[in-house]
Design a protein around this ligand. Structure first.
Ligand SMILES: C[S@@+](CC[C@H](N)C(=O)[O-])C[C@H]1O[C@@H](n2cnc3c(N)ncnc32)[C@H](O)[C@@H]1O
Length: 462
């Protein structure tokens, strides 16, 4: 049971929306829409539809975005979810990557990225070329962010846990695309979020606006000449939306609001809802408002801005020379040749503590930061042995291994594996890749007729 909608919020929205208020109010009492975004790092939307696990309705904004139309479906408990075939995301939130439109090979920064809905989408649009830096200041949330990026098979990313001002110091003018998905009063999520309703207070709106201005200011310094900056919130309050953008544009004359694409359900910004002297002369109607009574998803706000100048060319980086001790290199090579059917990359191998990572770019550009995660974590050397990491399995394009157990989505052995159970499957001894159809899920290790379960404990289904 959700707490009641706050009265001062309703009073403000009644004043702002006039005759539309009743439709808006009614929409907040509807069940929230469930969105599903197909992970194009793993499969095309057409291939997903052909597998037909759920009843879906296409969204008008992007080929990979859908609405789930069966309220009884449990997409979070389907093996395709564990295999990273899709991300469950509010339909409006999917617009961030559509508007920011990163191109393969670009450098992209998401300054407040956890739990990773928009970051995983940006990674998919980059198609593994270039780099995504996903930053999150809250430690526990940064962990979830890494898990989601790994589940969806992203490999060309950094996760950092830094104040945005620090990112600006280290990376001035570095990124082709920057996303500021700002912490906000969350009014757009009132349809589904008890905590957003319970925590809301008029003073929260003021406090957020000041924090959002600081975040935007710092993030702007990381945008390359000709690059794009997307400011996003999931709230309706003009103080956190048009007013923040207006303050920013007044102090950053090198940024201009970009006219958004014409798409159904995208409504213009409302310069008339903020003080006239602040709005004067600024094309704030180029901001985008998504209303829950006029589009399928939750409430959202976007402002896409471009910095003056000529955009730099995409990154032309190549993997660094490998820096592994001879024994570690031997362990990795032996595992790879014994287990996988794809050639081992000759360069790009780096060791962090016990962990081995593959990096598609050199390591010097993020000094002096110490990222939480860099590139593709493939395994760990423990007690003189190589143990493959689950991110290696999930980052493979297909079950390209010498020993595989491939199950259908309905096979009870898939659920047994996801619950952490041992499998009985005679065959050659060694590491076994477990897959649901074409999609790797994780590792097992076969001894005799038994495949010991190596699915991460914290991911196991109850
Ligand atoms: C709207 S959420 C981000 C959602 C995320 N982009 C996604 O699509 O899954 C805002 C994030 O900002 C983070 N945050 C809070 N205070 C912050 C600050 N001062 N600087 C940067 N990020 C902050 C929160 O921890 C939260 O993860």
């Amino acid at each position: 049971m959700l707490p009641p909608l706050p009265d001062p919020f309703l009073a403000r929205m009644r004043d702002l929306l006039g005759s539309e208020y009743h439709a808006f109010w009614a929409s907040l009492h509807q069940p929230p829409a469930q969105g599903l975004r197909v992970n194009t790092l793993k499969l095309t939307p057409q291939a997903f539809l052909a597998r037909g696990p759920f009843a879906l309705q296409p969204l008008p904004w992007l080929p990979e975005g859908f609405l789930l139309t069966d309220p009884t479906a449990r997409p979070g408990k389907h093996p395709y979810h564990a295999a990273g075939c899709y991300y469950l995301q509010d339909p409006s939130a999917m617009l961030a990557a559509v508007l920011l439109d990163p191109q393969p090979g670009q450098a992209v920064l998401d300054v407040s990225a956890a739990p990773g809905g928009k970051a995983t989408h940006l990674a998919a649009r980059l198609r593994g070329q270039g780099v995504l830096v996903a930053n999150e200041v809250v430690r526990g949330r940064a962990r979830t962010l890494v898990e989601n990026l790994e589940r969806l098979g992203a490999t060309a990313f950094l996760v950092t846990q830094e104040p945005v001002a620090r990112l600006a110091q280290v990376w001035p003018g570095r990124f082709h695309r920057v996303l500021v998905d700002a912490p906000c009063s969350g009014e757009g999520m009132f349809r589904k979020s008890s905590s957003a309703r319970a925590q809301w207070h008029p003073r929260m709106v003021e406090g957020n606006a000041a924090r959002q201005e600081r975040l935007l200011e710092a993030a702007a310094a990381t945008v390359a000449p000709g690059g794009r900056l997307l400011y996003a919130t999931c709230t309706f309050a003009p103080e956190e939306n048009e007013a923040v953008v207006a303050h920013f544009l007044r102090t950053h004359p090198d940024f201009t609001l970009v006219t958004p694409p014409r798409l159904p359900g995208l409504d213009p910004g409302r310069p008339d809802w903020i003080p006239a002297p602040l709005a004067r002369g600024l094309p704030l109607e180029r901001c985008v408002r998504i209303w829950p009574h006029r589009s399928p998803g939750d409430g959202h706000f976007f402002a896409l801005m471009q910095r003056d100048g000529v955009e730099p060319a995409p990154w032309l980086s190549s993997p660094p020379p490998s820096r592994l001790k001879a024994q570690t290199k031997h362990l990795l090579q032996t595992f790879w040749e014994d287990t996988l059917t794809i050639p081992i990359p000759p360069k790009g191998w780096v060791q962090y503590g016990d962990f081995l990572h593959y990096l598609p770019w050199d390591t010097d550009w993020w000094q002096p930061l110490r990222p939480w995660r860099a590139g593709w974590r493939v395994g760990q050397v423990r007690h003189g042995r190589f143990i493959p990491h689950h991110a290696l399995a999930l980052g493979l394009q297909a079950p390209r291994a010498r020993r595989v157990l491939v199950f259908g989505a309905e096979d009870p052995r898939v659920l047994a594996y996801l619950r952490g159970e041992t499998l009985h499957a005679p065959g050659n001894a060694g590491w076994v890749l477990i897959a649901v159809e074409d999609f790797p899920l994780g590792w097992g290790k076969r001894v005799g007729d038994v495949v010991k379960n190596h699915y991460p404990r914290s991911w196991r289904w109850l």
